[in-house]
Design a protein around this ligand. Sequence first.
Ligand SMILES: CCCCCCCCCC(=O)SCCNC(=O)CCNC(=O)[C@H](O)C(C)(C)COP(=O)(O)OP(=O)(O)OC[C@H]1O[C@@H](n2cnc3c(N)ncnc32)[C@H](O)[C@@H]1OP(=O)(O)O
Length: 263
Amino acid sequence: MLRQGLLMARGLCQLMSNKLSDSLHRNIMKHLNGNTRSGYAWTSLQNIRAVTMSPWPFTPSQPRDYSLPNASWSSEMQRLYEHYNNMCEMETEGGKKIKGAWRRLPSYNRSLKYATGGQCLSKLLQGKARIFTRNIEEQGAGFEYVVFINKQEKTCVCVFQAGHLLEGPPGHVHGGAIATIIDSVTGTHATYLSGPVMTANLTINYRSPIPLGSVVLVHSSLDKTEGRKTFLSCQVTNTDGSKMHTEATGLFVSIGVGHLLGL
Ligand SMILES: CCCCCCCCCC(=O)SCCNC(=O)CCNC(=O)[C@H](O)C(C)(C)COP(=O)(O)OP(=O)(O)OC[C@H]1O[C@@H](n2cnc3c(N)ncnc32)[C@H](O)[C@@H]1OP(=O)(O)O
């Protein structure tokens, strides 16, 4: 018990003392420092840190970044990845590279382990836990996706290719898998905008089935924020935007870091 407490304290200290690198982390720290109420912030906090920070220097192996192209990506998936990736960094006439409006979010198959201080905490909390959408070993079999955020426009787009393990109706993607990618994209977007959050409500309208193996775009946009509540809208379309597959709205409630730790 004492050892566990010490490990947890060490993890928290490492977490808190780490210099946060961008506005997202400043946002999280604001919540850590200012929000003393209980909440489920831990998961979101660790996820955020996992997707935005370099791995802890003492992590034994470099984690794989699942948001980078792999051999299972179709040419359309690759094309769209390059389209948005090119807008993350732009070349000026002089050949100088400058930051673009978009930013690609790295993505790992674990959150706690790859966060600073997370090695200790992952042992205490969910040592074997893996991120739901990233835990399929075979490339291309499940969720292949990459998320890009546009800070200025407060929008987010995900390029998503659905693998054969996500089948629902014959030849088409399961509604639960569609809900999962929507929750993941809007949850990521809400966390980016508001710091640690949990999904309070997700309302989904399925308009047309998504063929298995196809590539779709998941767009998320901010409707409004009200106190602790962040309201987002989401549309899943085919890649040229001519077909609406799914529409959704989500409510995300900001939470404090202590809740998962039972404080
Ligand atoms: C990089 C990050 C990557 C993240 C990707 C993965 C994203 C995955 C996200 C998830 O799937 S999270 C898991 C699914 N969600 C949950 O398990 C949440 C379970 N519910 C809760 O834990 C709590 O109900 C919740 C934290 C959402 C809210 O509880 P609180 O006690 O903190 O808040 P409270 O109940 O006081 O409500 C705060 C405000 O939200 C409103 N609210 C809460 N739940 C609501 C609801 N369901 N519908 C409408 N309004 C709701 C509530 O009315 C109130 O409004 P006002 O401030 O105007 O009074």
